[in-house]
Structures are given as structure tokens and as C-alpha cells.
Design a binder for this molecule. Structure first.
Ligand SMILES: Nc1ncnc2c1ncn2[C@@H]1O[C@H](COP(=O)(O)OP(=O)(O)OP(=O)(O)O)[C@@H](O)[C@H]1O
Ligand SMILES: [Mg+2]
Length: 475
């Protein structure tokens, strides 16, 4: 498509320019040939007239000669020849009188006038000769008056000839001037066409580059979008797989739970018998059994919470202060026994917040459990539980002065089953379950290391319960 568009514009333009050139040249040719034709006509007319002077003078001389000969010989042949010549001269002069050039017309009239006077004298001489008065007739043809008419006549003929010659010269000059103009115009038109063509080419170059740029951008966008779609597809597949695995895990956990209860009961019985019989070996066996079944119970419970949609518990408006106090009550004995300095920092005061109480207390308990584990090897152990009012909601936080999460593990702590704790002490489900529960509140759980303290913050949006901010499961 790109290539097609690229090549089409220059070819269209080329055709246009070619067409325009041909049209211009055609018009010029028509105009030039018209001018040339009229010049040619004028020139051939004038060249035709160039011989007229000879004709006029010759015919006049012939008329005089024939009149004289008739007077001397009275031969009717000369009379007839005289009349033929007179007619011929009349024709020539009449033609000149029809000319479009006024000067020629006026010259012809004056020459014809002189001719008329001479012919009158000649006719008179011929008439006298016919009557036998030849001497008288001859005198007329030799008279002063006749000679004056004759010289008037030849002055007129010469003037006409001079005028015609100068007209021919002017026409030739004009024609050559027009020719120069024509060359100038043709050169100018050709130069203009070259300039227009160059301009077109530069425009097409810009178009071409623009189209190339757009093509590249389009290719890039298509590539990006394809990648996005691919990633989305992978994510959907992954989610579907996770959902299936989650459901499977929940089913297994459910199925495992009943036999686990029996094993747990039997383990307790083994421990009771060991105590009754004071059998040390049996007691350690019973202890191990009870510990392992408890761990198994924790794992199955965790798996079941992971796959629950978390919407079964109703949303309640709870007072932040009371909520914190209830949680602390549960942990107080452990804080005391493990010599942990504990502090509550409630900066949210009397604030109330909408949440699912069991779920969020489970989150905070998971965080406090992690904090207790984290400060286990610290000399002066310190844990803080508190709440803040933040833009858009409330933030609970759990701080401890343990060594925190190493940078390579930071991105993995929320993954299910990720744990750094020794076998039997951690399942790696605490944070992933917590994240799931907080996500269900449209909240956010974050980790940070601040002032040598490990900080986990749980943000809960204030308008969680309000219209337009409901959980998808509740809508
Ligand atoms: N306060 C903390 N200080 C340092 N590391 C932490 C803290 N909280 C969590 N972690 C790290 O994150 C890991 C995952 O925590 P999570 O609560 O998901 O699992 P766990 O505590 O290992 O096991 P479980 O909570 O199931 O008993 C922990 O193993 C630990 O490495
Ligand atoms: Mg934990």
C-alpha cells in the first residue's frame, strides 16, 4: 500500500506536467502559425506589387508607342494594340485601388488620373489621324502638356514603388522581431515548466518521506499492539490456569482436611499414651506427629482461603481504634513472653472505615506474625502497629526493627509458597493470602524499608462501600 502510494503521485504529476506542456506548445504553435500566415500574406501581396511599377511604366510607354505608330502608319493593328494596353493598364490600376493600404489606394487614384489625361490626348491624336490629320495628331503627342502628364504619371509610379519597397522592408523587420519574441517566449515557457517540474519533485519528495514516516509509525504501532495482545493472551491463559489450579488446590485441601483431623486426633492419642507410660521415645514421636499435622492444617486452610472469592463476609463500618485494640489483645501474651517492645500509633483517631473485619484482621495478624519472626534474633525487639489517614482512605501499618527483606527477594515475597523460613516454620502463604484479601477491598499492600525499620502498609479506600466503588463480586 505504502509503495503504491509512493509511486502513484509522481506519475500523476508527471502526466499532468506533460499534458500542460503539450497544451502550452500547441497553443503557441497555433498562435505563431496565425501570425506567420498573416505576415506571409502581407509579404506576398507586397512582393506581387513590387513588379507593378514596371507594369505601369511599361504599359504607359507601350500606349504612347502604339498611339505614335498608329498616327504615323494609320495601321489599325496599332489602334487595336493601343486599346488592349489601355484595358490592361486600367485593370492594374483598378486592382491597386482595391488595396487595403490607403497610401497605395491614393497613389493608384492619382496615377489613374494622370493616365486618364494622357489617354485623352492619345485618343484625340488617334481620332485626328483617322481623319487624315496626322501632323496635328503627332503634335498632340509631342505637346508640352502631354509630357507634363507623362512625368506626373511616372512620379506617381515611382512614389508607389518606393512606398511598396519600404513596406516590404518594414514587414520583414516586424516578422523578424516577432520571431525574436517567439524565441524569448518559448525559452521562458520552457524554463517555467522546468521550474514547476522541480517544484513538483520537491513536493513529492516531502510526501514520500511523510508516507514513509507514517508507514514506519504504523508498523511500529502494529508491532506494539501485537505484542500487547500477545501478552494479554498469555496473561488470560495464565489466569485461567491459576484459577483451575486454585480450584483444584481448594478441592484437595477440602478432601485432605477430614483424614487430617483423624491423624491429628490419633497423634494426640499417641502423645497421651506416651505421657501415661512415660515413654520418652513415643512422646517425641507424638510431638513430631502433632507438629506436622498442625502444619498440614495450616497449609490446607491457607489454600482454601486463597481460592475463596472473599465476598462471603459482610462489609462493616468499624472504628479504627477498636479494631487495632482487638488485634493487639490477641498478641499481647506473645509480646510479653518474647520480650518485644510493642507500640500502637493510631493517627486516624476516631475514624471509622468500611471493611470485612475478619479478613483485614487476618491480614494484620499475618503481618504481625512476620514481624515477630523478623525480630526473633534482634536484641531489643520492637514492633509498631498503627493507622494513618491518607488521601482517599486509611492506611494500617506494621513496623519492626528486624533486618528486612533482601533486595533479591523483595519482588517475590507476595508469591504463594515463597518463604525464607526453615522447613516447618513457614508455608509462604501469609503475604499472598493477605495481598489477595486487600485486593478484594480494592486496596494495596506495600513493603518499604525506612529508618532501619521494616514497614508493611495496607491501604484501604474510604469509598470502598460507596456507589461505583463496589467489589465486582457485589455488583
Ligand atoms: N517483617 C518481615 N521482615 C523480613 N522479612 C519478611 C517480613 N515479612 C515477610 N518477610 C519475608 O517474606 C516471606 C514470605 O512471607 P509470608 O508471610 O508470605 O510467608 P512466611 O511468613 O514465610 O510463611 P507463613 O506466613 O505462611 O507462615 C518470608 O518468608 C520472609 O522472607
Ligand atoms: Mg508469614
Amino acid at each position: 500500500m505504502g509503495k503504491l502510494a509512493e509511486n502513484r503521485y509522481p506519475s500523476v504529476a508527471f502526466t499532468l506536467v506533460l499534458f500542460a506542456t503539450l497544451m502550452v506548445l500547441l497553443c503557441m504553435n497555433i498562435a505563431i502559425s496565425r501570425v506567420e500566415k498573416s505576415n506571409q500574406q502581407t509579404l506576398s501581396f507586397l512582393t506581387g506589387l513590387a513588379d507593378v511599377k514596371g507594369d505601369i511604366l511599361f504599359l504607359d510607354a507601350a500606349l504612347t508607342d502604339r498611339a505614335v505608330r498608329f498616327v504615323l502608319t494609320r495601321d489599325s493593328y496599332y489602334d487595336k494594340k493601343f486599346r488592349d494596353g489601355a484595358r490592361q493598364l486600367d485593370d492594374v490600376l483598378n486592382n491597386l485601388r482595391k488595396s487595403e493600404i490607403s497610401l497605395i489606394r491614393r497613389s493608384a487614384i492619382s496615377i489613374a488620373e494622370s493616365n486618364r489625361k494622357m489617354v485623352e490626348f492619345e485618343e484625340r491624336a488617334i481620332a485626328l489621324a483617322k481623319k487624315g490629320r496626322q501632323v496635328e495628331a503627332y503634335k498632340i503627342l509631342q505637346s508640352e502638356q502631354y509630357r507634363i502628364f507623362k512625368s506626373e504619371y511616372s512620379v506617381g509610379a515611382n512614389g508607389l514603388a518606393t512606398f511598396i519597397e519600404s513596406e516590404i522592408k518594414t514587414t520583414i523587420d516586424e516578422s523578424s522581431k516577432k520571431g525574436n519574441w517567439r524565441t524569448l517566449v518559448v525559452t521562458f515557457v520552457m524554463l517555467a515548466l522546468v521550474a514547476v517540474w522541480a517544484w513538483f519533485l520537491s513536493i513529492f519528495d516531502v510526501w514520500k518521506r511523510r508516507i514513509e514516516g507514517l508507514n514506519q509509525e504504523l508498523d511500529k504501532r502494529v508491532e506494539e499492539r501485537t505484542k500487547e495482545l500477545d501478552e494479554e493472551r498469555q496473561l488470560r491463559l495464565m489466569n485461567a490456569k491459576l484459577a483451575a489450579v486454585g480450584e483444584l488446590a481448594a478441592n484437595i485441601a477440602h478432601e485432605v482436611n477430614n483424614p487430617l483431623q483423624i491423624i491429628s486426633l490419633r497423634a494426640q492419642q499417641v502423645l497421651d499414651i506416651a505421657e501415661e507410660t512415660a515413654d520418652g521415645g513415643l512422646k517425641s514421636l507424638g510431638d513430631s506427629l502433632v507438629k506436622t499435622t498442625k502444619r498440614l492444617g495450616k497449609i490446607t486452610n491457607g489454600l482454601r482461603s486463597l481460592s475463596r472469592d472473599g465476598t462471603s463476609e459482610s462489609i462493616t463500618n468499624v472504628a479504627v481504634e477498636k479494631f487495632l485494640v482487638d488485634i493487639i489483645e490477641v498478641f499481647e501474651p506473645r509480646f510479653v513472653s518474647q520480650e518485644i517492645h510493642f507500640e500502637k500509633v493510631n493517627r486516624a483517631g476516631e475514624k471509622t472505615v468500611y471493611l470485612r473485619p475478619t479478613q483485614i484482621s487476618q491480614v494484620l495478624m499475618n503481618l504481625i506474625n512476620n514481624a515477630i519472626d523478623a525480630v526473633a534474633r534482634v536484641k531489643s525487639k520492637e514492633i509498631i502497629l498503627g493507622a494513618d489517614i491518607v488521601p482517599g482512605g486509611v492506611e494500617f501499618f506494621v513496623l519492626d526493627n528486624g533486618s528486612g527483606v533482601s533486595s533479591e527477594n523483595e519482588s517475590r515475597i507476595m508469591e504463594p509458597f515463597f518463604t525464607t523460613k526453615p522447613f516447618g516454620e513457614g508455608t509462604g502463604l501469609g503475604l499472598s493470602i493477605s495481598k489477595d484479601l486487600v485486593d478484594n477491598h480494592r486496596g494495596k499492600i506495600t513493603y518499604a524499608r525506612k529508618n532501619d525499620m521494616t514497614e508493611f502498609r495496607v491501604f484501604l479506600p474510604q469509598n470502598f462501600k460507596s456507589k461505583g466503588y463496589r467489589l465486582h463480586a457485589e455488583v
